[in-house]
Ligand binder design. Sequence first.
Ligand code: SAM
Length: 212
Amino acid sequence: MRLRNIPGAREIIENSPLVIKEAEKTKGLWKELFGNDNPIHIEVGMGKGRFLMTMAEKNPDVNYIGIERYTSVLLRALQKMEEKPLPNLVFLCMDAAELEQVFETEEVEKIYLNFSDPWPKDRHARRRLPSREFLARYDKILAQGGRLEFKTDNRALFDFAVEELEPAGWKAEKITYDLHADAEMMKDNVMTEYEERFSSVGNPICKYVIYR
Ligand code: SAM
């Protein structure tokens, strides 16, 4: 993703009640933050937040947390949320490598990865969000029986992600190399910004649902 340095983004995020600051203090207390006992679902690398906003609107009985590392990108999500505030969606501005510092063991019921950055160089493989290093982090915070869903149009990244499952101790429950042609997996599909862009030029979308 090409990033522009948006003047004032950091200040707006610092002052927004929708972005949870000092999130380590909320570790183990996310349901209290939302004020209910609903399950917690997170998207790691959420970009401008369209997917989560649609999900939060459709599923008021689920609490959603969007995780995005860049203030300039998160700002776009905040601007959209101002138009339509949702009580069951908040954001974290952080590197997902630190997930275990903000979520207690098994605190999260579902994890979404959508169109994660490919990091094509081999030496950067551990930065890929579906890598075994990240799967080990998700393993800690995901509830027993919880699921992780990953979508991408990048076939090389998807093949890598599938190969990482066994060494990391995960299993595929569902897998498709052409999501939009798979009626069963398309049921309830919510398009992300990147999915819209890449499927509109004919790229097949790969998806897996995994568990351990
Ligand atoms: N999920 C959105 C979609 O499908 O439209 C955005 C996809 S965009 C290619 C990937 C996003 O993940 C970027 O905004 C990037 O900043 C974010 N990201 C990548 N690695 C991250 C990390 N380690 N922690 C938090 N965010 C990350």
